[in-house]
Design a protein around this ligand. Structure first.
Ligand code: APR
Ligand code: PHB
Length: 387
C-alpha cells in the first residue's frame, strides 16, 4: 500500500472541500483532496447559483473572485409573485447595501479547481474504495491502494458521502424533515426576461425564475418528490411555467431551447455535532436545506471558513480552542438558515396536506410580507446572509 502524509486530508471536491483546500493553502497548511468522481462530472453537475454577500467577499478576499467579479450578476432585489402580481423586495435598500450574486456552483467549482491545481498540491479525482479511519484515509487511485496519514480529516463529501456515516450512530444526533414535493428544474437558452429572481406562489404550486448568464434562464416548478421527468415534454414544461409565473402586467419568462432538466427532492437535515475526534464535517455532509432560501452553497462556504481559521490557529499556537468551538459556532448559523429555508419553503409551496384555511393564511402572509417594511427587512437580511 502506498503511504502518503499530509496535515489535513479532505474527502470531497465539491465547493466545501475545494474552498477549504484553498483557504488552508493560504495559511501555509498542507492538504490532500480525495474525490471519487471525475473532474468533468464535478464541474458539470448542475446545482445552486446564488452567492450571499459574505460568500462573494470570501472568494474575492481569498483571491478566487476575479471571474466572479467579471461574470457574476449582482442582484439588489428579488420579486415575490402571488395573485398575478409581482412585488419587489429592495434588499440593498433594506439592508444598507447588501446584495446577492448569481454565479453558478459549476463556475465556483471550476475556479477553485484551477487555483488548486496551480498550487501543485494534490487533488485526486476518480478515486475508489474511500474509507476514513482515526488518523488516516484509505483509497485506491489508478487501481493502486493508498493510505493517507493526516492530523485531521475534513468530511466534505456531501449528503451521500461516507464521512458522516463513519461516525457511530450513538455519537450523532440527526434532525430531519422531508417535504411532500420536489422541484423540476430546467436550463434554457433564453435571455432572462427579468433582471432579478421571481419566486411565485400559484394555485397550481410554486415556480421560480432564475438565471445563469445573460443568455441562459434557469427555471423551476414545484412537482411531486418522485416526479417522472419523462412525463414532462418541453411544451408541457413551458405551459406550466407560464401558467404559474406570468403576471397581469404581461411579464413572463422568455422561451428557448431546454438543454438540461432534472427533478430534485427537498429536505431539511442537520447532523450534530459536526466533529468526531479528528474528523470535522462541513457542508452538505452535515446539513441539507431545501433550495428555496438559496443557502446550501453559502453554508458550505461559512463552515469551511470557520474550519480553516480554527486549523490555522491550531497550527500557529497549538491551541485547540477554536477546533473545540467549531461545531457550535457553525450550528448557530446553520439553524438560522434552516429556519429561513423552511419558512420560505412553507410560505411559497402548495402542500398536498394543506386545506383552504392554510391557503388563505399563506396568501395573507405574502400580503403582510410585501407590505410591511419590518417583514421585508427580515427577509432581506436573511436572504443576503446573516453575519
Ligand atoms: N469519496 C470521495 N468523494 C466523495 C465521496 C467519497 N466516498 N462521496 C461523495 N464524494 C464527493 C462528491 O462526488 C462531491 O463531489 O464529495 C463531493 C461533495 O460535494 P457537494 O455534494 O457539492 O457538497 P458540498 O461541497 O458540501 O457543497 C454544498 O452543494 O448540494 C450542493 O446546494 C448544495 O450548494 C451546496 C453545495
Ligand atoms: C438557482 O438559480 O439555481 C436558484 C436560485 C434561487 C434559489 C434556488 C436556486 O432559491
Amino acid at each position: 500500500m502506498k503511504q502518503l502524509r499530509t496535515q489535513v486530508g479532505i474527502v470531497g471536491a465539491g465547493p466545501a472541500g475545494l474552498l477549504l483546500a484553498h483557504l488552508l493553502h493560504l495559511e501555509g497548511i498542507d492538504s490532500v483532496v480525495i474525490e471519487n468522481r471525475s473532474r468533468q462530472y464535478v464541474v458539470e453537475r448542475v446545482r445552486a447559483g446564488v452567492l450571499e454577500q459574505g460568500t462573494v467577499d470570501l472568494m474575492i478576499g481569498s483571491g478566487v473572485g476575479e471571474r466572479l467579479m467579471r461574470e457574476g450578476m449582482r442582484h439588489e432585489g428579488i420579486y415575490l409573485a402571488f395573485g398575478g402580481v409581482r412585488h419587489r423586495i429592495d434588499m440593498a435598500e433594506l439592508t444598507g447595501g447588501r446584495a446577492i450574486t448569481v454565479y453558478g456552483q459549476n463556475e465556483v467549482v471550476t475556479d477553485l479547481i484551477e487555483v488548486r491545481l496551480a498550487t501543485g498540491r494534490p487533488l485526486f479525482f476518480e478515486t475508489a474504495e474511500v474509507s476514513v479511519h482515526d488518523s488516516s484515509i484509505r483509497f485506491t487511485y489508478n487501481h493502486e491502494p493508498h493510505e493517507l496519514h493526516c492530523d485531521f480529516i475534513a468530511g466534505c463529501d456531501g449528503f451521500h458521502g461516507i464521512c458522516r456515516q463513519s461516525i457511530p450512530a450513538a455519537d450523532l444526533r440527526i434532525y430531519e424533515r422531508e417535504y411532500p414535493f420536489g422541484w423540476l428544474g430546467i436550463l434554457a437558452h433564453a435571455a432572462p426576461s427579468s433582471d432579478e429572481l421571481v419566486y411565485s406562489l400559484h394555485e397550481r404550486g410554486f415556480a421560480l425564475f432564475s438565471m445563469r448568464s445573460h443568455a441562459v434562464t434557469r427555471l423551476y416548478l414545484q412537482c411531486a418528490p418522485d416526479e417522472d421527468i419523462n412525463q414532462w415534454p418541453d411544451d408541457r414544461i413551458w405551459e406550466e411555467l407560464n401558467t404559474r409565473l406570468a403576471t397581469s402586467d404581461g411579464w413572463k419568462p422568455n422561451q428557448g431551447e431546454i438543454f438540461q432538466k432534472g427533478v430534485t427532492g427537498m429536505r431539511s437535515f442537520v447532523a450534530e455535532p459536526m466533529r468526531h475526534g479528528r474528523l470535522f464535517l462541513a457542508g452538505d455532509a452535515a446539513h441539507i436545506v431545501p433550495p428555496t432560501g438559496a443557502k446550501g452553497l453559502n453554508l458550505a462556504a461559512s463552515d469551511v471558513r470557520n474550519l480553516s481559521l480554527a486549523l490555522a490557529a491550531y497550527y500557529k499556537s497549538g491551541s485547540e480552542q477554536q477546533l473545540d468551538e467549531y461545531s457550535d459556532k457553525c450550528l448557530r448559523r446553520i439553524w438560522k438558515a434552516q429556519r429561513f429555508s423552511w419558512w420560505m419553503t412553507s410560505m411559497l409551496h402548495r402542500s398536498p396536506e394543506a386545506n383552504a384555511f392554510d391557503q388563505r393564511r399563506q396568501l395573507a402572509e405574502l400580503d403582510y410580507l410585501t407590505s410591511s417594511r419590518a417583514a421585508m427587512t427580515s427577509l432581506a437580511e436573511n436572504y443576503t446572509g446573516l453575519p
